[in-house]
Design a protein. Sequence first.
Length: 323
Amino acid sequence: MKMNNYYLELFEGRKNIIILPHILPDGDTIGSSIALFYALKKLEKRVYIILNDKLPSNLKFLNANSKIITTEDFEKLSIKPDLIITVDSSDTDRLGDRAYLLDLCSEVLNIDHHSTNTNYGKYNLVNSKAAACGEIIYELLKKLKIYIDKNIATALYVALSTDTGSFKYSNTTPLTLRIAADLIEKGIDFSFINTELYQNKPINKIKLLSDVLNSLELHFDGKLAVIYVTNDMLKKNKIDISDTDGIIEYARDIEGVNIAVLLKEFSDNTIKVSLRSKYDFDVSIIAKKFGGGGHKKAAGCTIYDTIDNAKNILLNTFRENFR
Ligand code: 5GP
Ligand code: MN
Ligand code: MN
C-alpha cells in the first residue's frame, strides 16, 4: 500500500477522534495537538483534545483551553471514539490518568519523535529524526493534502520552536528550517509568537528562579549541575508547577557543565526529574533506568523518594556512567 493512501485510509470513515497530548504539557505536544485539531476539523471530524493538566501560561495565546476538555467532560458526552491519536508520548505512562481511554478503542495512532518510544499504538508514526512532533504532523498534513492555514501554521511553529530551543539545538535539521520557512510563508506573526512564548514570564516565575538558583550544586568537577524546585519554593512564590518549563536551562547553560539535573517536588515522595546534556552524553539512558525516557539531550523520569534521596541515587548512577 502506498504511504499516501495509508494515511488517507486511516482517517476514512472515522468520525470521532480523540487527541491525547502528554502530561505536564509543553509547546510541542500542545502545538501539535492544536494543529491536528484544526486539520481534522477541516476533514469534518468530531475532534476532542483530552487533558486534565494545566497548560503553561506562555501557551495561552494559542487559545488551547477552548479546545481542550477533561476526561470528566468527555465521559459526560458518552461518545465512542473511532480513533485515538497520542501526541509526543513515548510510552503510555506519559498519558497519566488518561491511559484508560486506550481501552475504549484499539485504533490508536501513536505520533512521536522520541527514540525511546515503545511503539504501543496499533499504528506508530514515530520518527526520532524529527525535531518535534510538529514536524511529523506537518508532513502528515501534506500527505493528506490538508491546507496549512495560519492557525495550523502558528500551532506548528510553536511546536518546532519550543522543542528546538528556538532552532538552536542539534535536533534542528535543514528540513526543520525549511518547514519553519514554509510556516512563515503562511503569514504567521512569528515575532509575536516568540514574544508570547519567551518574553512573557509571570513575575512569580522570575522570583521562583532566585530560590532555584540558590539551590544550585555542582558535582564531578563542575561537569554536572543540580537544581531543585521544592514544594515550599512553589508555595512561597505562588507559582504552579506547570510554569517551571525552561528553568533547567539556567543550570545547563553554565560554562563547564555537561549535564544538568532538575528535581521537581510534586508531592513528598514524587520527584519529577529533568535531565539535559550539552555534548555527547545520552541522558535518555539514565532516564530509562528509572522508567522514564526522552531524547539524547533532553530526558526525564519520576523517582518515588525524597528529593535528597532522589539526588543521591541519580548522582550515583551518573558516577557509574560518567567517563
Ligand atoms: P522535560 O525535562 O522537559 O520534562 O522532558 C524532557 C524530555 O524527556 C521530553 O522530550 C519529554 O517528553 C521526556 N520525558 C520527560 N519525562 C519523562 C518520563 O517520565 N517518561 C518518558 N518516557 N519521557 C519523559
Ligand atoms: Mn514534549
Ligand atoms: Mn516533542
